[in-house]
Write a protein that binds this ligand. Structure first.
Ligand code: SAH
Length: 269
């Protein structure tokens, strides 16, 4: 029996579908790529859904099932997709909203809860759950050893949903606090300056020799993961399917090949 947070289950009962079950929405994490990182819980949730909702690239990763409906959309319309999922569930459907990686990390879970909150009781009685997934940074970190072994923080470089000044302030604060820094959404085909600027900001406080991991499409056939340094980053290879891990002052590269990286658990002083 899956755990259902009582916080997410309002008291009124939702409409029941023809075969008697209540509508529900599960926001399901697919992991960063490939079936090897899809959890059994996520698999079960996808298998039992009447409707699948999500960005078309992510839906394409879910095997087709007879009788299951698919609603794919472009990536930019998260709020709309979230409302659509809640509408379907309000009609009695079991809905799975799919996200890459973990659905709570820069992904659909927030959008669904936001839509639920803005529904002003319209969705009372719906069961809404988040089914976790492996986040891309965990898969990327594992490929090169243990760069996230000590305190770290995660910043999205996308300035679609927040002003760039905030990004810079957070990068500086992370450097000030000497935390390992993971960067999601570092660049796209049109959005290139942000990465260059971010590297500039970080380089004000971190040594040129700081280890830097460039992890692209981890877990897929196009995977490429390289260990380099802050000064040697070749940013041309960085795209939408890439994340970066920038070491702290204690992060080390293990001598030898392949290059492995770790951040010790212990901090000096
Ligand atoms: N919810 C996702 C993150 C979505 S934001 C998660 O938990 O992983 C999208 C960003 O995630 C991409 O721009 C990229 O920075 C990163 N990403 C997603 N999948 C990836 C993969 N397989 N390899 C490397 N980075 C990935």
């Amino acid at each position: 029996v899956p755990y259902i947070s009582p916080l997410l289950v309002p008291t009124a009962t939702g409409r029941a579908s023809s075969d008697g079950h209540r509508g529900r929405v599960a926001v399901v994490g697919l992991g960063p790529a490939g079936p090897q990182w899809l959890t059994p819980e996520a698999q079960a949730e996808l298998a039992s859904a009447d409707d699948l909702v999500g960005y078309e690239t992510y839906l394409a990763r879910v095997p087709r099932r007879r009788g299951q409906r698919r609603h794919s959309s472009e990536n930019q319309v998260e709020a709309e997709r979230a409302r659509h999922a809640l509408e379907l569930a309000a009609g009695g459907s079991r809905v799975a909203v799919v996200s890459s990686g973990d659905p709570g990390i820069f992904a659909m879970a927030s959008a669904v809860l936001e839509a639920l909150g803005e529904g002003n009781g319209q969705y009372a009685g719906l069961e809404v759950r988040v089914v976790p997934g492996l986040s891309a940074m965990q898969a990327a970190a594992a490929r090169v050893g243990a760069p996230l072994g000590h305190d770290f923080c995660v910043v999205s470089l996308s300035d679609h949903l927040k002003p760039w000044e905030i990004v810079e302030r957070r990068l500086r604060a992370a450097c000030e606090a000497d935390m390992v820094l993971t960067l999601y959404n570092p660049a796209s085909s049109t959005r290139r300056e942000q990465l260059a600027r971010a590297i500039e900001v970080v380089s004000e406080q971190r040594a040129p020799s700081t280890p830097l991991v460039v992890a692209r499409a981890v877990g897929s056939e196009a995977e490429s993961v390289t260990v380099t340094t802050l000064e040697q980053l070749e940013s041309d290879v960085v795209d939408m399917r890439t994340l970066l891990i920038i070491g702290s002052s204690t992060t080390r590269i293990v001598p030898g090949e392949p290059r492995l990286v770790y951040t010790p658990r212990r901090y000096p002083g």
